[in-house]
Design a protein around this ligand. Sequence first.
Ligand code: CUA
Length: 414
Amino acid sequence: MERHSQDRVGQTGQPRRRGVFSRMLTLGVLAISALMVLAACGPDVEKPYTTLSPASPTADDVQGLYKLLFWMSLVVFVGVQFAIIYLSMRYRRRSTDTKRPPQIHGNHRLEIAWTIIPAIVLLVLLVPTINTLYDHDAAAQEGDIVIDVYGKQWWWEFEYQEDATQGGESLDVVTANEIWLPVGKSVQLNLQSNNVIHSFWVPRLSGKLDVIPGHVNKLSITPTEVGEFYGECAEFCGAQHAWMRFKINVVPQDEFYAWVNNWRSSPATTIRGEASDQVVKAPDTFAICLTCHKFNGMEGSTQPEGITAPANVGPNLTMLACRETIGAGIMEMTPENLAKWLRDPGAVKPGNYMADMIKPGTLSEEDINELVTFLFAMQPEDGCGSAEGWSGGTAGTPEASPAASPVASPVPGT
Ligand code: CUA
């Protein structure tokens, strides 16, 4: 076998050398193509889940570590590839070789070298990583604004607590899946769960942090850019894990407090587009909703047994019509889609808890119509705010709002 292959090599010595050359050429072309593909992966804010375009100091730090890891890996990769190519060419079997090369086993110096070098590489990565971890943890122990975040199955509840920049007064906003934050203020997020483990992740604003039952994990975010930032659950948490998305609108501070005031003064006493003193009456069917949901200014929510977290069972419905999506990102918020959800929530988002209560036929078409009209009427008098939502339209017939799927929109002007 050995001899046979040597003969073959000997006879075809010339073509084999050309083979090496063409292989090197192929490798070179592949490497250049790979570089071009990688170059296309640059920072792009049009990709809402990109980690390459940080918009907060926390995300900058994560990006810094990533860059360090990337460049060190690149040096190691290029070094190893170069060594492989150089050695295989330098010591390749030539057509004149007739004997096997000396068979060597073990080399202490080499083995020590390739143990120590990776250890140094890992140490260089470890020190800044641990520093960053501790820095972020220390930063998360306080914040201008405190928000309790509850991971639910499968949506997010946000309860705004005290605002140190407003004399420590509680902002007293409870909402779901879509929140507003003021640019330039530090926000302390207290992540908690009363069900399974989730993971809170807004790629452009922070690293991932687990949301664990029985333990509060603290995360600090100081958004430095006005814009829309998308987040999602990053830990498998059940059937609808993929539809546990959320959105953060970072707005100028005055817009933020306008939003807070709108939330606190809701329910609006007017139907949009009609006489400003017209009082909206909740339909009787709304009592069914209030067994699980809360709505600012309306009583009726009772905590079913077994729910221990000081939170709503279902998402708080105040200013619901101002949200961009229904079901934590699964559909665009339109009257048609809201009706679809109320008709059969289990068909839209299989396995969600509301589907245990509301089956097809539980609510009549008339009930659904009344509820949708009512919920869309309950908006702030001056609309949902300038950063998002529609600024016109009357109850029940809003203008088309942006697409339901989290696709980043251009950052609104400041
Ligand atoms: Cu919550 Cu995945």
